[in-house]
Design a protein around this ligand. Structure first.
Ligand code: ASP
Ligand code: MG
Length: 448
């Protein structure tokens, strides 16, 4: 079997959903499980709805629900979905309204936000099932919460892979032997059935969990770009598509802003050795990018891609007195852990550590606690540049070529990734695009 995951823009309107149906029906001999995201921007709208419910303005809440209703029903109309299939959408709006009424004026909680945010995938998956029957190739709707069992860390729940395996094999595999099934990304449930989510952008992760549990031949991620590129084409017009990449390379790109794969996505698939293929819903004839443990290196370039992630803040902790002392790093990490702030890159010297964070909303208490460890400096408006490629460590002179290419830029912090497949550094956010272009010219000279 295969897993075919379709992101928000790939279910964004009737036209996209029609493409999805054609793509999946053409692969029906491979027994696909279809995993869908919410229609584009719907999850954001639901999160806003949760906030509106808390603020206790029923008119705003009702307007929000009505907008969602119109978007889904008008797509259903355009898809020629029959009244009885449209009937599956209505009860979801009934539940949403009843939550809105009973919770009116109550403050939000991560638990309630997960409940409400999950409606986007419930709705889009019903729409997609309706589109399959309208196209004459029926598919069955499957509730992801029957399989994706998680802990109760609402907002970014941790999946229980053993239970997921058991449930997928007992409940989903028999169904897939009979027909195409459509299920939801992003959502799960605790063992007692409380709705959870895997975190924003979590649908890819869902696809990986389903794929690993079912022993899929591959997991296809259908999106609105051709695949992994040598750079962001908005920054570098001559960027190329990568036909293949290794899991390591893809993980680095995901972590540093290539924005195709959710960073956590791959883990279950890496362990199971299942390939991931990135495909473009809007250009399905294109081959996409195949991601596996080792690619056959038809592209011998040591550097595969250059990425840029803006909006980063650097936190530096210096503690000269800690020179040679035990526990410096551990104390720093404990602070971040305590406040649940995710850290990305780091460079260490004997007396200082630099870390980068994306989310500054909880930085204040972190900085306060770090001051007990050493002197703390915070610099905002920074960007992370990552030069990614398996050959970086083995190929002499890569670092020298990088420094030559960016000689006139002030580079603030450098770390060669532990995975050996990236060289990462921090620049001022405003310098980022020019740096990416300079590096791309160095490592991907235009073939004449
Ligand atoms: N719909 C969810 C979100 O927007 C999950 C996803 O699309 O991956 O975060
Ligand atoms: Mg999305």
């Amino acid at each position: 079997m295969i897993v075919m995951k379709f992101g928000g823009t790939s279910v964004g309107d009737a036209d996209a959903i029609r493409r999805l149906v054609d793509i999946v029906l053409a692969a029906s001999h491979e027994r696909p499980l279809v995993v869908v995201s919410a229609m584009s921007k719907v999850t954001n709208a639901l999160v806003a709805l949760d906030a509106a419910i808390a603020s206790g303005h029923p008119a705003i809440v009702e307007a929000g629900i009505r907008q969602l209703e119109e978007r889904h029903f008008s797509a259903a109309d355009a898809l020629g979905i029959t009244a009885s299939d449209r009937g599956a959408l209505a009860p979801l709006f009934v539940s949403l309204r009843s939550i809105a009424t009973s919770e009116a004026g109550q403050p939000s909680s991560p638990r309630r936000r997960d409940l409400i945010a999950g409606f986007g995938e419930l709705l889009s998956s019903q729409l997609v099932v309706g589109a399959f029957s309208a196209a004459g190739g029926p598919a069955s709707w499957f509730n992801a919460r029957r399989v994706i069992i998680t802990d109760d860390h609402f907002g970014s729940a941790i999946p229980d892979e053993n239970r997921i395996h058991e449930n997928a094999r007992s409940q989903l595999a028999p169904l897939l032997a009979e027909m195409i099934a459509v299920t939801q990304g992003f959502i799960g449930a605790t063992p007692d059935g409380a709705p959870t989510t895997l975190g924003r952008g979590g649908s890819d992760f869902s696809a990986a969990l389903f794929g690993a549990a079912l022993g899929a031949e591959r997991v296809e991620i259908w999106t609105d770009v051709d695949g992994l590129m040598s750079a962001d084409p908005r920054l570098v017009p001559e960027a190329r598509l990568l036909a293949t990449a290794t899991y390591d390379e893809a993980a680095e790109l995901a972590a540093f802003g290539a924005k195709v794969l959710h960073p956590a996505t791959q883990l279950p698939l890496v362990e199971a050795g299942i390939p991931i293929v990135i495909r473009n819903t809007f250009a399905p004839a294109r081959p996409g990018t195949w991601i596996r443990a080792d690619d056959n290196a038809e592209d011998a370039l040591p550097v595969r891609s250059i990425s840029f992630k803006p909006g980063v803040t650097v936190v530096q902790v210096r503690a000269p007195r800690m020179l040679g002392a035990y526990g410096f790093l551990r104390r720093i990490f404990e602070v971040f852990e305590q406040h649940e702030v995710v850290v990305d890159v780091l460079a260490t010297s004997e007396v200082s550590v630099s870390l980068t964070v994306d989310d500054v909303s909880r930085l204040e208490p972190v900085v306060r606690d770090l001051r007990l460890v050493g002197e703390v400096g915070v610099r905002g408006e920074r960007g992370v540049i990552a030069v990614v490629g398996r050959g970086i460590r083995e190929t002499p002179g890569i670092a020298a070529r990088v420094y030559t290419a960016i000689a006139d830029v002030n580079v603030e912090m450098i770390s060669q990734g532990a995975s050996a497949s990236n060289l990462t550094f921090i620049v001022k956010e405003a310098d980022g695009p020019a740096v990416v272009r300079a590096l791309h010219r160095t490592f991907f000279p235009e073939v004449a």
